[in-house]
Design a protein around this ligand. Structure first.
Ligand code: HEM
Length: 312
């Protein structure tokens, strides 16, 4: 089952590749680079130059919220994002076929997880279409991001289930260890919602200013930003507590990574705040926050799975 495990981890990593591609689409304002879906300017392979545009190209350009002109860079950034999404769907489908074929060895629980992964990937793709249809509606973008996060959770659960018979580095999982992780997970979900709120405001403000004067965007965002910024201190303190509390334990290395990610996120946040909102930091802030949340979820799930398999 080594190959199956490695393939599942590969899917987990691929989800983040699609997330970063989506983040780049947003920071480069390429979201409407392909105004239709699933095709792009009515074709499966988008135009490389204005000469390649179809005769009725204006009908597509009218759908764009800004710009209303053809920009090959935006079109191809959006198209590559879609290709990566489609590839992810294919990878998940192969995973399901693999699970069905190994069903007798693996058991039904893996089949259910693999099916769930396919449903979530299809739902995420459908939301992507709605986002384009509704000219990048802000709430739909946020929902699209949350489903991508859920998609990252499932391969982690599969890997934890595959490893369930190996005790956690031969050590007994202390009772109640899940409590601080559960707390951190809840805090991170709150922070995620606060961050999404800030992002939605930034989207409205940046669009209104035609994506110019980046240095003014954050100062126009309401109190949500201050709450989001301050809330990261609570997350930092909780992560430090985890590291101090579980000395010499298997989770120590994981706790170090969690703390490292929190610090990196705070540095990114500070850069957004004080360095005039650098475009390259936006997708990185998103990527690292999703990796952090997925990681804490993975540890939490592992603790549950390990305690359950020890009892049974
Ligand atoms: C544990 C720490 C943090 C986490 C988990 C976190 C998480 C997030 C998330 C999930 C978003 C939404 C991103 C998106 O939808 O594209 C976001 C946005 C944002 N966060 Fe944080 N954040 C953290 C710390 C900070 C700090 C310390 C600051 C500022 C000093 C900050 C500033 C911002 C800003 C300005 C946005 C909007 C970014 C954009 O529009 O692209 N964050 N954050």
């Amino acid at each position: 089952m080594v190959g199956y495990r490695k393939y599942t981890i590969f899917i987990f990593c691929f989800v983040f590749l699609v997330v970063i591609a989506g983040g780049i689409v947003r920071t480069t304002q390429s979201g409407m680079g392909c105004p239709d879906w699933p095709k792009c300017f009515g074709s499966w392979i988008p135009p490389l130059t204005a000469d390649d545009l179809p005769a009725d190209f204006e009908k597509y350009l009218k759908k764009q919220d800004i710009d209303h002109s053809f920009n090959a860079f935006h079109t191809w950034i959006e198209y590559i994002n879609r290709l990566l999404g489609a590839l992810l769907g294919l990878l998940v489908l192969i995973h399901l076929v693999w699970t069905v074929r190994k069903r007798k060895v693996l058991g039904n629980v893996f089949l259910y997880h693999s099916i769930a992964m396919l449903i979530v990937v299809l739902f995420t793709a459908w939301l992507g279409k709605v986002v384009v249809d509704e000219n990048l509606a802000v709430v739909k973008i946020s929902l699209h991001m949350i489903t991508a996060l859920v998609l990252a959770f499932i391969p982690l659960m599969i890997v934890n289930l595959l490893d369930r018979n190996e005790s956690v580095s031969g050590q007994v999982v202390p009772r109640g260890i899940y409590i601080p992780y559960l707390l951190l997970f809840i805090l991170l979900l709150i922070q995620l919602l606060l961050g999404i709120g800030v992002r939605q405001e930034v989207d409205v403000i940046s669009k209104a200013s035609e994506y110019l004067n980046r240095e003014t965007w954050l100062s126009t965002v309401g109190p949500r930003f201050i709450v989001h910024r301050s809330f990261s201190w609570i997350i930092l303190i909780t992560s430090i507590y985890l590291l101090i509390k579980h000395k010499g334990y298997y989770f120590r290395s994981v706790n170090k990574m969690i703390l490292g990610l929190v610090v990196i996120l705070m540095i990114f946040g500070i850069m957004l705040n004080y360095l005039d909102f650098p475009a390259f930091v936006q997708p990185l802030h998103l990527l690292f926050s999703l990796i952090l949340i997925a990681m804490v979820f993975g540890v939490l799930h592992k603790v549950f799975v390990s305690s359950f398999s020890m009892k049974s």
